[in-house]
Structure formats: C-alpha cells, structure tokens
Design a protein around this ligand. Structure first.
Ligand SMILES: NC(=O)c1ccc[n+]([C@@H]2O[C@H](COP(=O)([O-])OP(=O)(O)OC[C@H]3O[C@@H](n4cnc5c(N)ncnc54)[C@H](OP(=O)(O)O)[C@@H]3O)[C@@H](O)[C@H]2O)c1
Length: 302
C-alpha cells in the first residue's frame, strides 16, 4: 500500500528498503544482486529506498547508482530517500581526525549534488538531515534545504534522529514543511513512544520512518534475553495471525502505532523481504500489541 508520508509529502510504500548493509556481505555485494533485490522490492510493493551519504563509508550511494545504471527505467518505479551530514575519517579524507556533523547550507547543497551524481539521478524524492548538527543554526540548515527544494533537486525535506524541539525549530524556518523524522523505533527501543516524537508526528500529520525495525538483527538473536521472551510470545500469537513469525510480528507491532510508522528494513535476503511484505497485512489486536510490549520489557504496563 502506498500513501503520502505527509499532507504535501511524497507518496511512499508502507515498508522501505534500507541500503545501509548492502556492501556488508561479499556474497551479495554486486550491483546485479542489488538490482535483483530492488526488482523483488518493486514486485512486493516496496518502492521506497533509503540510503545515505555515509553508508558503506561513502560507497553505498555509488553502488546504488551502479545497480540503477544496469536498468535505468527502474528509477521511475522507485522513491529515493537519502541523508547527508555525518563526516568521519575515511579513505577519501585521510586528513580528517575526528568525526563531526555538518548541516551548513553549503555542505547540504554540495552533498545533495554529490548524491545525485553518484546515483545517476536527476532528483532526490526526500533528503534527510541525518543527525542534528549542534553547531549550525536552524536558519542556516533551512537555507540549504530551501535552496535544493527551490531548484527542484529534492522533492521534499525531512530529518532523522531529531528530538521534538529540534524538529519544531527547523520546521519553523522551512519554506515547505518537513515531511518526516526517521528515528530508531522497534520492540527493543521504544523511546519515541515516550519522548513525544511519535506524538509530534500525529500533531503535524506526518508519518515517522522507523529504522532498524528488528534492532539490527538483535531481536532475532537466540542469545538476546528480550528476544527469547518475544519469541515465546510470538509463538503463542502465530496461529492467530496466519503463522506469522517474530520478524513479521515485530514489523506489525511498529506499523500498529497510530502515527503509522514506515519500517525501514535492512535484510539482504530475498526470502526475508517476502516475509516482511506479508507483515504489512497483519493487523495486531490491542491485547496482542500489549503482549509484545510486555514480553519486550519483561514486565507489565505501569
Ligand atoms: N537514520 C538513521 O540514523 C539510521 C540508522 C540505522 C539504520 N537506518 C536505516 O534503516 C535500515 C535498516 O536498518 P537495519 O539493517 O539495522 O534493520 P533491521 O531490519 O533491524 O536489521 C537487519 C539485519 O538483521 C538481520 N536479520 C536477522 N534475522 C532477520 C530476519 N528474520 N529478517 C530480516 N533480517 C534479519 C539481517 O541479516 P540478513 O541480511 O542476513 O537478513 C540484517 O543484518 C538501514 O538500511 C538504513 O537504511 C537509518
């Protein structure tokens, strides 16, 4: 199912395919293999792709570009989200000694232009500030984003890992409202429920994006204590939800929140993409959502 991420925002799929790990496994790190996964995503209705300047130590965007180059017409079937703003010591900058954030207007424009070039595309559907840059004013960051919007290089702008005050401040300086806040939200990390981030999404009527929906795989690790409790809970719910597995219930748990988060999934495996797509049809009942909350926490609600 596709829907606008915000009232005047781009239309995205309910699940988003994340590319953070696409270069991690030598066996799958070929443009042909990524192309096959992108095809599978489109077939499954997962048309929105998430990447970032820093992924793969500044190599993933180029890799995405190599996959798209194999079949240029695929680009028009996808919505591409990327992020800028994190700079760490790496082979491209051997003189850099300390990691830092930079969300100045000049940096934003340069980074977005680099993203366009590396991916071989003419616009970015959504550009996110990857993390708040504590040393840059909201006016300065907004100036860069507003310029890119005006020039048509990006279709919409948003943020990632912002708290509610940082979001409101930057939003107040934007010519076009920010369309999302991409945050860590899953059964092992529920902060956005308590810290106001998901309430703010409802208030402004935009949907959050939820990164690492399986806690980066920790949720599925048999050695993880909360994961063990969740596995048991999932086993007792499975029959009711058509044989659903823990990963599927974990995605459904995120999507059941009234702010309607878009899980950004990170598997490199086709069968796991198929399982994720099926999760989008699961509608968890209230008591079952709270049963998973309880299993994750190891205690009941206050
Ligand atoms: N905005 C931010 O600051 C931020 C931060 C982190 C991530 N992100 C975004 O979020 C995306 C997803 O993050 P993530 O990779 O940590 O997500 P995730 O979906 O929580 O974790 C994916 C990892 O879990 C493993 N896994 C183990 N069992 C699995 C199962 N049954 N189904 C699926 N995966 C399973 C996967 O391995 P296999 O490949 O072997 O399946 C993969 O290594 C990233 O690609 C990125 O786009 C954004």
């Amino acid at each position: 199912m596709r829907s606008p991420i915000a009232p005047n925002g781009p239309t995205f799929s309910q699940l988003v395919y994340g590319t953070w790990r696409v270069l991690d496994d030598a066996a799958t790190a070929t443009p042909q293999n990524l192309l096959a996964r992108l095809h599978k995503c489109v077939e499954l209705g997962i048309t929105t792709i998430d990447t970032a300047e820093i992924y793969g130590l500044y190599r993933v965007e180029e890799f995405v570009g190599q996959a798209l180059k194999l079949e240029p017409s695929l680009r028009d079937k996808l919505e591409i989200v990327t992020k800028f703003g994190i700079y760490v010591p790496c082979e491209f900058h051997p003189d850099r000694k300390t990691a830092f954030y930079n969300a100045t207007a000049e940096r934003i424009v340069k980074s977005a232009e680099k993203s366009l070039r590396l991916m071989g595309i003419d616009h970015i559907d959504l550009l996110l500030v990857h993390r708040p840059d504590w040393l840059t004013s909201a006016d300065e960051t907004a100036a860069g984003l507003n310029k890119l919007l005006k020039d048509g290089k990006i279709r919409s702008a948003g943020v990632s890992n912002y708290n509610v005050h940082q979001f409101d401040l930057l939003n107040s300086r934007m010519d076009q409202p920010l369309v999302t806040n991409q945050v860590e939200f899953h059964l092992l990390h529920m902060d956005p429920i308590y810290d106001g981030v998901l309430d703010q999404c409802q208030q402004h009527k935009f949907k959050p994006m939820a990164w690492s929906p399986l806690a980066g795989g920790r949720l599925m690790d048999p050695a993880n204590e909360a994961g063990q409790r969740l596995r048991k809970a999932a086993e007792s719910l499975s029959a009711k939800y058509n044989g659903a597995t823990l990963d599927q219930l974990a995605y459904a748990w995120i999507m059941a929140h009234p702010s309607q988060p878009l899980p950004v999934i990170g598997t490199n495996k086709i069968d796991r993409l198929e399982a994720a797509a099926k999760a989008a049809t699961i509608k968890l009942e209230r008591e079952d959502w709270y049963a998973l909350w309880t299993a994750a926490k190891g205690h009941g609600i206050p």
